[in-house]
Write a protein that binds this ligand. Structure first.
Ligand code: 15L
Length: 260
């Protein structure tokens, strides 16, 4: 447990989930130090803005001083050139964890992704300890982020919760989303659970809503205190038809458009 709510360093605060948390975390009592390389003004209630490039370890250490926990969403959110992915996602996560260690911050919540296991065939359900099967360099970076988290737990005693997020969107639009959707409200509930869980050590949980057609095991998330309230099934009549890539967890990230 991180104790009574204090200040959370939020990286990637300008992104979709970042914007949700900029209201959701203060509403739950947390203060925020929000960072990004994109514009974040104006600051909201209980929020301080501190621009920091995740590629700059010293800047990340400065931004981390005095916080109670880190929620690390920053980096690239889709496939890109290998060097760009490495710099933004792998080096950036190393800097966040190393800054947490140097500043004595015990709790780090990391945005991983279903694409860490994207080439896994659909199953009911895919467990969290299935072998890494990244579908892209982006997926490889998510595997690396989880591995870095595991290292900092075992070597330095941090608590690191990795969220393998599915499809975070206001509503499902594609057939795959009936399994992969994470609603706005559940995204906030998921991060709050990861911040509040008592002594999780190293944990990986799937970040999806309580979807009737889920392919991923929500058990470890529920055990951590994540109790999703939404279900993509409510939109089942309104989504696009199934696609051939729906047979694999990563959907169209597994397709040939990502071949080199
Ligand atoms: C992700 O990790 C991406 O950031 C997002 O753009 C979606 O592609 C999502 O996964 C998904 O699998 O739907």
């Amino acid at each position: 447990m991180t104790g009574s709510p204090g200040t959370v360093l939020l990286t990637g605060a300008a992104g979709r989930i970042g914007r949700l948390l900029r209201t959701g975390l203060p509403a739950a009592g947390w203060s925020l130090r929000s960072t990004d390389i994109a514009d974040l003004a104006p600051a909201g209630p209980q929020e301080e803005i501190a621009y920091a490039d995740l590629a700059d370890l010293d800047a990340v250490v400065d931004a981390t001083r005095g916080v109670a926990a880190v929620v690390h969403l920053g980096g690239l959110s889709g496939e890109a050139a290998y060097e760009d992915i490495r710099r933004a996602n792998i080096d950036g996560t190393y800097h966040v964890l190393e800054a947490a260690r140097r500043c004595g911050v015990r709790r780090v919540v990391i945005a991983s992704s279903n694409h860490a296991v994207g080439f896994t065939p659909r199953a009911d359900p895919v467990p969290v300890d299935t072998r890494p099967r990244p579908d892209t360099f982006y997926g490889v970076s998510k595997v690396a982020k989880e591995a870095l988290g595991s290292l900092y737990v075992d070597r330095y005693g941090l608590d690191v919760v990795c969220l393998r997020i599915g499809t975070q969107a206001p509503r499902p639009t594609r057939h795959r989303h009936l399994a992969s959707w994470l609603s706005d409200g559940d995204a906030i509930r998921l991060v709050l659970a990861a911040l509040d869980a008592t002594a999780p050590g190293f944990a990986v949980v799937y970040g999806i809503s309580a979807n009737s057609r889920a392919w991923w095991d929500l058990g470890p998330g529920r055990a951590l205190g994540y109790h999703p309230q939404d279900d993509a099934e409510a939109y089942a009549d309104a989504v696009d038809p199934p696609e051939p890539t729906d047979d694999l967890v990563g959907g169209d990230f597994t397709g040939p458009e990502h071949d080199l």
